[in-house]
Design a protein around this ligand. Structure first.
Ligand code: SF4
Ligand code: SF4
Length: 427
């Protein structure tokens, strides 16, 4: 039996469609339910993670026409932009691209990911322009004054990703940890939302293609192709959406020991058109491989599963401020990659909106003010089975689940329509 997206859309319009999140399907499978095609029409999938391959294209007026000929350099909150491609000669208008991994020039912990979120939160952003005549002027803007603001994910939503350990005897500065990565395989970090990941749920890209409507940072956008270095083994995708409709909680900056990185979120509907698609959806975390890499040599040293990272763990950190003993240096506060921990009148406060649920704070506080079970990666290394405790997650499964629920509700209430792809992407 093969169903068309048109048939499924008709069932949605008639209020007869069954839409489940990938998390809900996983729970049914774990309970032993035998799900068949008639049981589900659409499964909503999602991921939220640090994803380097992201850039914004912005265009907006900054001055009166003829006030300068061309912009040579532009800085937004002191994050350097790439001016162009349109020169906008004498128009007083800037066109630019901002790469998501760009670091600010006056704050080592502020980057383009933070800038994108500040824009979407409608915060004022400073604009410094150096003209081709060598003059400089500054102004401020907000997203509401930026007439064109589109975000592109050029290398996003991998069919899951990798875990990292440090096999060397030295600490390593890396984008794969929020602090220096300690030596001798003392801990593991990992990325990827396991059974919730969109491409894991349609690895042959039977329903995901060019023109598929998705939620990108909560805004409706479209997949436009395969991403850079995409391969059959590790497919990834490129998408675009308008920043004006994005939701700040699903994006932002994430400061690593190698500088700030960019966080984005995807939610993708998978119409269950045939048994092969359903079989992939039913695959649980414990069956999704998680390659373990040495962060120093970038070599694969073992193979765990996403069950190690996401089964039986806490997706959210619990906070007990009364336990705090008021250390001179609060390592969780100093090291939090999203600046979510503050001390207010001597009391530790966790900002849940900023928190990425990475779990790092639970490994740094001596008296467990922050607590969460993060699990351990289990794999064979040099002929021996070993367990390496997880010390940081660079994917936020909790918010990915939330996003898959938002997409489910949007499909059911008719505000999100499934699209037919216009061309297949060959994985
Ligand atoms: S490390 Fe823990 S106990 Fe020390 S100040 Fe921070 S929250 Fe309080
Ligand atoms: S889990 Fe802890 S360290 Fe990680 S983002 Fe949240 S508050 Fe910061």
């Amino acid at each position: 039996m093969v169903r068309s997206i048109e048939d499924i859309n008709e069932r949605i319009i008639k209020g007869k469609a069954i839409v489940l999140t990938a998390q809900e399907v996983g729970e049914l499978v774990e309970n032993g339910d035998d799900i068949i095609l008639e049981d589900v029409d659409v499964v909503t999938t999602a991921t939220r993670a640090v994803m380097s391959g992201t850039y914004a294209v912005l265009s907006f007026p900054v001055d009166a026409p003829f006030s300068f000929i061309r912009a040579d350099q532009v800085f937004l909150n002191e994050v350097p932009a790439h001016v162009g491609p349109c020169p906008n000669e004498r128009l007083g208008i800037l066109d630019m691209m901002v790469f998501g991994t760009t670091h600010g020039i006056d704050d080592p912990e502020y980057g383009a990911g933070h800038l994108f979120r500040d824009l979407v939160e409608r915060k004022p952003v400073s604009v410094r322009v150096v003209t081709d005549a060598g003059t400089t002027f500054s102004t401020t803007t907000t997203l509401d004054d930026i007439t064109y603001a589109k975000l592109f994910g050029t290398r996003n939503t991998f069919k899951n990703y990798s875990a990292f350990v440090n096999c060397s005897s030295n600490s390593v500065s890396t984008i794969f940890h929020a602090v220096e990565f300690g030596p001798d395989m003392s801990g593991a970090t990992f990325s990827g939302c396991g059974q919730l990941n969109p491409v894991k749920n349609d690895p042959q890209l039977r329903t995901i293609g060019i023109g598929t409507r998705i939620l990108f940072n909560g805004a409706q956008g479209f997949i436009i192709g395969d991403g850079t270095r995409s391969s059959v083994e590790k497919p990834n995708l490129i998408a675009v959406a308008d920043m004006h409709s994005m939701i700040p909680e699903y994006m932002g900056g994430f400061t690593t020991s190698a500088g700030p990185e960019c966080v984005v979120s995807w939610a993708v509907p998978i119409p269950v058109i045939e048994k092969g698609v359903l079989d992939a959806i039913k695959q649980l975390d414990s069956k999704v491989p998680l390659p373990v890499m040495d962060v120093d040599q970038r070599e694969r040293i073992g193979m765990a599963t996403y069950g190690d990272g996401w089964s039986g763990v806490d997706l959210e950190v619990v906070v007990e401020p009364s336990r705090c003993i008021g250390c001179d240096h609060c390592l969780p506060q100093e090291s939090c990659p999203t600046d979510a921990i503050h001390v207010d009148n001597g009391a530790v406060v966790l900002d849940r909106v900023k928190c990425f649920n990475c779990g790092l704070c639970t490994t740094l506080c001596p008296v467990d003010v922050f607590a969460a079970e993060l699990g351990a990666l289990h794999f064979e290394y040099n002929g021996t089975d070993i367990d390496v405790p997880v010390i940081l997650r660079q994917s936020d499964r909790k918010r990915a689940i939330e996003l898959s629920q938002i997409l489910k509700r949007s499909i059911l209430d008719g505000t999100f329509r499934l699209t037919e792809m216009v061309e297949r992407i060959v994985p």
